[in-house]
Design a protein around this ligand. Structure first.
Ligand SMILES: *Cc1c(COP(=O)(O)O)cnc(C)c1O
Ligand SMILES: [Zn+2]
Length: 396
């Protein structure tokens, strides 16, 4: 294994990686660091096509030492789908959707769960707890079941009911709360605090390895494009783990010498009903203030106070990216337009990225002919209520 240590991006302190870790003493999330020079000496990108079509093909830059601890349901290596018809309509002729809806548990949360649970298992964790907007809880409950680890999941009452069912099916200890993910987070902190070390807090960015799973989206996009970076990557941002992960992957790829220096411009998409990152980015702030009365159909991005705000804002500025807020009405319109033109039912978070692509192209921020990759972070099938069928005629 090439994992060497954990590093704090805020204060620079280094922490050992051989035991369960949460935040740095300064309150910042920690980042996993590897001996990338040694990886570059051992692996050449030409070898990768011979490996299995899942995220473990990048094992040298993942934090699991013993292959017996790898807990997999076959996650990763999702397709890049060209969207020429919808792309032509919005003036983005080289539009590509990475379809994370095809992954186990129906959302890209499976990437973070697979790697996070595998590492937790390796470090001897017996039970995890986490707050969730639904998909992360479903994914972590499922991978925990497979690893023989207990899972305590706290979820808002409003979260998609399918995620509730997935947790129950996986045998998790599920609790519901009449509130937002931030309220669920406070309850998890209590449970973990009261457990005397028996429960490990696996909340978003509170442990360093979920990010490692999600960064594999960045590796895949680049490998699937023939080791070329696109011009723009658009990501629906809640906790921001995927965005921070893709940014981390791009820097690692550069250090490995597998891509050139140019970075894609990263775009964080939020809903006008919950846009703390967009507001902070526009104001030139380094941190984001909590968003009051958060609400949107794109449930996965309803995160009023993301812990990784600094890292998200850094990724946007470092890549000359931007942040955009889109309305629920437009999200649902684009979701329908895309399904009718391209045949793929997106999740509302994925559709939000298309709304952003359309707006950024109309405003000239995306230029003609640029290659744009959009993340569809989950299966549209998990959100059946986004399509109204009340007007469908019943034949006599
Ligand atoms: C969790 C989630 C997101 C947001 O992911 P972050 O990495 O927390 O920003 C986007 N889309 C879906 C479908 C999700 O479940
Ligand atoms: Zn620190």
């Amino acid at each position: 294994m090439y994992l060497t240590h954990l590093e704090c991006p805020r204060c620079g302190k280094e922490h050992p990686a051989d035991r369960p870790q949460n935040l740095c003493d300064c309150g910042s999330p920690l980042l996993a660091r590897y001996d990338l020079a040694a990886v570059a000496r051992t692996v050449v990108p030409e070898q990768l096509p011979l490996r299995p079509a899942d995220l473990w093909r990048y094992r040298e830059v993942l934090p699991v030492a013993d292959p017996r601890h790898v807990t997999s349901l076959g996650e990763g290596w999702t397709p890049l789908l060209r969207a020429p018809s919808y792309g032509a309509e919005i003036g983005v002729t080289d539009l590509i959707v990475k379809d994370e809806g095809l992954i186990p548990t129906g959302s890209f949360k499976a990437r973070g769960a697979a790697v996070g649970i595998s590492r937790a298992r390796e470090l001897g964790v017996r039970r995890i707890a986490m707050p969730t907007n639904g998909n992360a809880g479903a994914a972590w409950a499922s991978y925990a079941a497979r690893a023989g680890i207990g899972a305590t999941i706290v979820m808002p009452l409003d979260a998609p009911t399918i995620c509730r069912r997935e947790c129950v099916a996986a045998g998790a200890d599920l609790r519901l709360i009449d509130g937002l993910i931030s309220d669920a987070g406070r309850r998890v902190a209590q449970l973990v605090g009261d457990s005397g070390g028996a429960i490990f807090d696996a909340g978003t960015l509170r442990e360093p390895y979920r990010l490692e799973g999600k960064k594999t989206m960045g590796y895949e996009i680049v490998e699937q494009l023939g080791w070329q970076v696109p011009d723009v990557i658009i990501y629906p941002t809640g906790g921001g783990v995927g965005l921070i992960g893709i940014h981390k992957a791009l820097h690692e790829l550069r250090e490995l010498g597998w891509i050139s220096d140019r970075l894609p411009r990263l775009v964080a998409v939020q809903s006008t009903g919950c846009a703390p990152i967009v507001r902070a980015f526009a104001a030139g702030e380094e941190r984001a203030e909590p968003w009051a009365d958060a609400q949107t159909v794109a449930f996965g991005i309803t995160v009023p106070a993301p812990l990784g705000d600094e890292l998200i804002l850094t990724a946007l500025r470092d890549s000359s990216g931007t942040a955009v807020a889109v309305s629920d009405e437009e999200i649902l319109t684009d979701l329908r337009a895309f399904a009718a033109r391209e045949g793929l039912l997106l999740c509302p978070e994925g559709a939000a990225c298309l709304t952003a692509a359309r707006q950024l192209r109309a405003g000239g921020w995306i230029r003609a002919g640029e290659r744009v990759v959009v993340l569809n972070t989950g299966a549209g099938l998990k959100y059946p209520e986004t399509v109204d069928v009340s007007g469908v005629p019943v034949l006599a």
